[in-house]
Write a protein that binds this ligand. Structure first.
Ligand SMILES: Cc1cc2nc3c(=O)[nH]c(=O)nc-3n(C[C@H](O)[C@H](O)[C@H](O)COP(=O)(O)OP(=O)(O)OC[C@H]3O[C@@H](n4cnc5c(N)ncnc54)[C@H](O)[C@@H]3O)c2cc1C
Length: 424
């Protein structure tokens, strides 16, 4: 019977263990934490958005490291090969067989009907139990090497011998969940190339351009002049968001933007952070443009404001905007009484991107094991001296947007890696 050791009991590790055990392998999962699936429990605000029915699923992962190229077809092709072997339907079927009922929200976003991530973890653990998978907690893997045809997986107290290993150690996002980046070190220790690791799916830090200063009729606003965006902190509004790097449009999406003390947040901003962090790493000038009234053209807006001004000549611009923008944004937009300038600012409110939040505050990492190291048919390392070593989940250089894409990658890559670890 083939012996498979899986490192990490997160989403991809549990799926790899199920796939390997279903192929008849003797499977042991080594997990550094006291409990399994700590990150899985946090997902989707503890509701677990486990996948997405998006018909263009593959395209969402294919983001280029070089912002000038925008898309990376090789990455899209890699994901496609893996997801075609274990698709969204296969994933939903497996969860259904395990007794999980799911439902769609926002059209395509899939959640368990219980609205609780612990239901997802619960059914996976029951399936692992049914398949007699051995789970070892408080067991951090510190190194991997090979003696003849046997892989040796070292922990502080023990060395596990096996035919194949699947590395499912996650990224560096939210290290308190156990994914503290040690997986990258294990891969580097084996000689694999690991690309730069950056926080992604997170809020952005921004500043206002010099020519846009807030309306300062109150003491509070005067104090805030040094941190102008804080005037709008807490404001939420629907906007069309566009990210430009060195003047070139990188990505655009409509959604709810939330203003923070020093920047912007919200799902749409998390998605844009994947592009921003890569462009900033290349030293590019990154600007975020917010269209704060996306349903109205600039011409319509300016003519509406002009009409209002004629009707209410004694009103200040700030007063005219009362029924048009949330109060926090009026403070930012109406820095003078210039109606045309306000019209331009509302339709193209520019922010200078300074950075994104850190690894403690991101949902995934951009970067990971270089895809050239891996065979998408098996998730096994291509190099002859690493035959029998497989990689799955976020540890590989794949990241997707919000909406269940990252868990889908974990399920699919985990399943493919586990299955082939048992078969190879
Ligand atoms: C707050 C938050 C919300 C999210 N919401 C969603 C969502 O709704 N939908 C979605 O698709 N994605 C979501 N994600 C992303 C998603 O959770 C991850 O992409 C996914 O969990 C990655 O799975 P993984 O198996 O690769 O890694 P992980 O789930 O991180 O599992 C890795 C495991 O390996 C263990 N480990 C690490 N190193 C070692 C070692 N050396 N030895 C032994 N064990 C080790 C860790 O303790 C951990 O248990 C969210 C992420 C966060 C942080």
């Amino acid at each position: 019977m083939k012996k498979v050791v899986i490192i990490g009991c997160g989403a991809s590790g549990m799926m790899a263990a199920i796939a390997a055990a279903r192929e008849g392998a003797e499977v042991t999962v080594l997990e550094s934490g006291r409990k399994p699936g700590r990150k899985l429990l946090l997902t989707g605000n503890s509701r677990c958005n486990l996948t997405n029915l998006d018909p263009e699923l593959f395209e969402r992962y294919g983001i280029s490291e070089d912002p000038a190229l925008k898309t990376d077809d090789a990455k899209t092709g890699f994901v496609k090969k893996v997801l075609e072997q274990f698709s969204v339907s296969d994933t939903l079927r497996l969860f259904e067989e395990c007794g999980l009922l799911t439902a769609a929200e926002h059209g395509t976003w899939i959640y368990p009907v219980t609205g609780r991530s612990e239901s997802v973890l619960g059914v996976l653990l029951r399936e692992l139990q049914r398949l007699h998978v051995k789970l070892k907690y408080n067991t951090e893997v510190t190194g991997i090497d090979r003696e003849d045809h046997t892989w040796k997986v070292h922990t502080e107290g023990w060395t596990y011998s096996c035919d194949t290993v699947v590395l499912c150690c996650g990224s560096r996002a939210v290290p308190s969940t156990g994914s503290n980046g040690s997986g990258y070190e294990l891969c580097r220790g084996l000689g694999m190339d690991v690309t730069d690791i950056l926080p992604a799916l997170t809020a952005m830090q921004c500043r206002l351009p010099e020519d846009c200063r807030p309306f300062t009729d109150k003491e509070k606003d005067k104090e805030n002049a040094a941190y102008p965006l804080s005037c709008a902190a807490g404001t939420r509004t629907i906007a069309d968001v566009r990210v430009y790097a060195d003047g070139e449009l990188l990505a655009e999406e409509r959604g709810q933007v939330q203003f923070t003390q020093n920047g912007i947040s919200g799902i749409v901003i998390f998605n844009m952070s994947r592009y921003t962090v890569r462009a900033l790493r290349m030293g590019m000038d990154v600007q975020v443009s917010l269209d704060l009234l996306p349903e109205i053209s600039r011409e319509e807006l300016i003519s509406t404001l002009s009409r209002l001004r004629k009707l209410r000549p004694d009103d200040t611009l700030k007063e005219l905007l009362t029924g048009i923008l949330p109060p926090g944004l009026i403070t930012l937009i109406a820095s003078d009484n210039d109606l045309y300038r306000a019209g331009y600012l509302i339709k193209d409110f520019r922010l200078q991107a300074l950075g994104v939040r850190d690894f403690d505050n991101c949902q995934v990492c951009a970067g990971g094991v270089n895809l050239e190291e891996l065979d998408p048919d098996t998730m096994e390392c291509r190099r002859e001296d690493l035959k029998g070593v497989h990689v799955a989940g976020e540890l590989a250089d794949i990241d997707g947007p919000c909406g269940g894409y990252n868990l889908q990658w974990a399920w699919s890559s985990g399943y493919v890696a586990g299955r082939h670890a048992a078969l190879s």
